[in-house]
Design a protein around this ligand. Structure first.
Ligand SMILES: *Cc1c(COP(=O)(O)O)cnc(C)c1O
Length: 236
């Protein structure tokens, strides 16, 4: 565990520097870009240590894992849900996370709104965009977004705060860049249309291998797991 904490210290410092450099290179303010730590498979002890070192935003992928670890967190930072969410699990997380970044269908949005109403709250969400149009991934196609946002804006207890994406894995970084560039266009486009209950504050994109390119194309939340905590143990 000690070893993991030492690794975290180095990784955290390194990533913050690289984020800052990427921001400056893009003519952006480093403080405008948030680091979200993707904490799947990371033990609560390590998360607690990371938070003690200044980490202020974490993201979980699985409802069950989140529920198990949550009571073990000493100072819970801002907490986002970033994984695929089944409609029957919505009631478990509404009112318990600060944002659901992975809203990938109107059906899911409607259920979030319904459960939020029941819980007396309004849920902040990002819409997940399937920018690479991959069959294997969920999310809205870019051309469906206008209509989806308009429809979600009518739902009473959900507030759209931006967009999230996981672009296709490519060998060359150039190609990834094209997806980030497309996302930036989509984001700017939709930000220009004003709607009630919609504030396009966040563009969440970029992970361990590509966050610098994502920052170059306007990302303001990068979601990083491996580069902060080391390789995940997939057997768990
Ligand atoms: C795991 C995960 C990340 C972080 O991925 P790394 O490559 O480990 O940095 C980011 N976003 C989502 C949605 C994830 O599930």
């Amino acid at each position: 565990m000690l070893e993991r904490m030492k690794d975290f210290d180095e990784n955290y410092k390194d990533i913050k520097e690289r984020m800052s450099d990427a921001a400056l290179k893009a003519g952006r303010k480093p403080s405008d870009i948030r680091l979200l730590a993707a904490v799947k498979t990371v033990p609560a002890e390590v998360i607690n240590y990371a938070v003690s070192q200044g980490l202020d935003l974490i993201g979980d992928n699985r409802v069950q894992e989140m529920e198990q670890k949550r009571p073990l967190l000493i100072n819970e930072p801002e907490h986002h849900f970033i994984g695929h969410l089944q409609t029957n699990k919505v009631k478990n997380i509404v009112g318990k996370v600060d944002m659901i970044e992975s809203v990938d269908s109107l059906r899911l949005a409607a259920e979030i709104s319904r459960q939020s109403a029941a819980a007396g709250t309004v849920s902040d969400v990002l819409l997940e965009v399937n920018i690479g149009r991959e069959q294997s991934k969920s999310g809205f196609y870019a051309e469906m977004l206008d209509e989806a946002v308009a429809e979600i804006a009518q739902m009473g207890h959900i507030r759209v705060r931006g967009l999230m994406t996981i672009p296709p894995i490519c060998d060359g970084k150039e190609k990834n860049c094209a997806y980030f560039e497309q996302m930036q266009k989509v984001f700017i486009d939709i930000s220009g249309k004003t709607m009630d209950n919609v504030n396009m504050d966040y563009l969440s994109m970029g992970m361990s291998d590509d966050f610098e390119q994502a920052i170059a194309f306007g990302s303001n939340i990068v979601r990083i797991g491996t580069a902060l905590f080391g390789a995940r143990n997939y057997n768990k």
